[in-house]
Design a protein around this ligand. Structure first.
Ligand code: ADP
Length: 265
């Protein structure tokens, strides 16, 4: 990890997420080559780009499931993963990293529910275990969330008894149960049968309407166009272009964006 302190001293400029010159290597494979991105509170940003361009890696870095090779990311005004003490940068303690991660909800391509727990138990787990919320309170909150995702009547079902779309909606409720400041979605509908995609996108559309800050990796161009405040097109580890959905999707400026959009149409 670089020990350069100059970028650590930069303010976050009021953005909820600010990523500056983010780099990531896996061995010799340079996956992210200096990504800059900001996301404001309440904003919905869709990340688009061909497979292998580094979108998932970028989300995983924000959520500290991977460590940065270079650059800085601030979430909610705090540098993630590292902190400045006595003029030097230090790797944060595990407890600190856990606290930072608890401010972020993440929904994956695969639903990743605990298979031996009911929908309700899945949603209740983190608030009671991590945040020490009382069981009664956590259950009441969880029922509200399950209602919001349209699954109140499935609270006592196990994941195997639910469709893929229902499981993904439980996964969204589970992530929301920690009252995150930021939601990350990594291709949340790409593992679903086509007829189940809509129900998950509808829940995400509702979240966006309610002011949830979201970064969504998706190939759902209709969703991006309708719901995103901004779309960011990535290719080969860099941000190629970004802007309002109608500008980027209908009038892309770069060849690489045009080629990609022609392919996914
Ligand atoms: P995208 O989400 O745009 O499809 P990814 O971030 O998943 O792209 O992957 C970008 C590149 O990083 C790919 O070449 C992938 O093989 C590589 N990569 C991702 N995760 C790992 C890992 N844990 N170890 C090694 N290489 C990885």
């Amino acid at each position: 990890m670089s020990t350069d302190t100059t970028s650590a001293a930069r303010p976050t400029e009021g953005h909820l997420v600010r990523a500056v010159n983010v780099m990531k290597y896996f061995g010799h494979n340079e996956v992210l080559k200096g990504v800059d991105l900001t996301v404001d509170k309440g904003e919905v940003v869709c990340l688009l780009g061909p497979s292998g361009s580094g979108k998932t890696t970028f989300l995983r870095l924000i959520n500290q499931m991977e460590t940065l090779t270079g650059g800085r990311i601030w979430v909610g005004g705090e540098l993630i993963g590292i902190e400045e003490r006595g003029g030097k940068l230090h790797v944060r303690h595990d407890k600190d990293i856990a606290r930072q991660r608890s401010r972020i909800g993440m929904v994956f391509q695969r639903f990743n529910l605990f298979p031996h727990m009911t929908a309700l138990e899945n949603v209740v787990e983190a608030p009671t275990k991590v945040k020490k919320v009382s069981k009664a309170q956590a259950q009441a909150d969880a029922m509200q969330l399950l209602e919001m995702v349209g699954l109140k009547d499935r609270a006592s079902f196990y994941p195997a008894q639910l469709s893929g779309g229902q499981q993904q909606r439980v996964a969204i409720a589970r992530a929301l149960a920690m009252k995150p400041e930021l939601m990350l979605f990594d291709e949340p509908t790409s593992a679903l049968d086509p007829e189940l995609v809509g129900e998950v996108l509808n829940v995400m559309r509702d979240l966006a309407k309610n002011g949830t800050t979201m970064i969504v990796v998706t190939h759902e161009m209709g969703f991006a166009r309708e719901v995103a405040d901004r779309v960011v097109f990535m290719d080969a580890g860099v941000v190629v272009e970004e802007g309002a959905p109608n500008d980027v999707l209908l009038n892309p400026q770069h060849e690489r964006t045009k080629t990609f959009l022609n392919r996914v149409k």
